[in-house]
Ligand binder design. Sequence first.
Ligand code: CP
Ligand code: NVA
Length: 305
Amino acid sequence: MKHLTSLLDLTSEELTAILDKAAELKTKFRNGDRPQLYPGRVLAQLFEKPSLRTRNSFEAAMIHLGGSGIFLTTAEAGLNGRESLPDVAKVLSSFSDIITMRTFSQKLIDEVARYSSCPVINGLSDERHPCQAMTDLLTIRETFGYLKDLHLVFVGDGNNVSMSLAIASAMTGMRLTLAAPKGFEFEASFLELMAEKFPAHRVTQSNDPKFAVKSADLVYTDVWASMGQEDDAERRKKAFANFQVNEALMAVAPKSARFMHDLPAKRGLEVTNDVMDGDQSIVFQQAENRMHLAKGLFVWLLENK
Ligand code: CP
Ligand code: NVA
């Protein structure tokens, strides 16, 4: 049985197989076909943080496949100390076919996976957001037709989204540059992990967004203060002031470059309205693809169970 706690749970071939399945199901969906592959299956969603895209795309995906979803917070499930984690994981997985989780701590997801009798999917932790990164690969592949050698420039924080995109890039032969203010780059421990897992990776960092986007195929950004960092938002706003993705920055990038954001966006902070809503933006294609990717991932996990 496979879990998806991080992209590192997959080989590059497995990642490609999931993208292919998602693309196949998207084409079918567009043609009005929602194959009921898993009638009666149960998706349990265990969340500690808010969500629009992740929670609802997962649930919609399971409904399209013929199953349905249960939602509960980590506190409601008893992970607030009511019951031991192994007990919660064993019980919930005994009546579920897939568990998705969204938590602060990555360790919580890793631990539930350890005791679960069904696949566990990471729907975002402070460290990783693998389903977002896989969706982004699907969207980029739709846009350019391929992934290898494309240059993704992430203008923003060395956070859960950019770290997962860095791993996704290394797994697919893409280049990734993180353009971040000093103090907000990838942590040394993450760069060590990248070097260990992907000796030939092409992930680099810069403190100069204008220089970084000159050769970008994709300009990507995310919020400056992630969920759980609200108290640090003012300090971050100052630190990231020169890292806004606006028309002036997009003008330095090639005209063929596309703009991406995992959403939710803080319009007027990390990105301006003209870029979000402009011709180069593919942000809503990304958001829709969360559902198609979820379907591809569910089918792949259940086939490999
Ligand atoms: N991109 C993303 O994960 O969105 P939500 O936080 O709304 O799930
Ligand atoms: N980095 C953001 C992503 C939200 C989908 C956060 O963790 O809040």
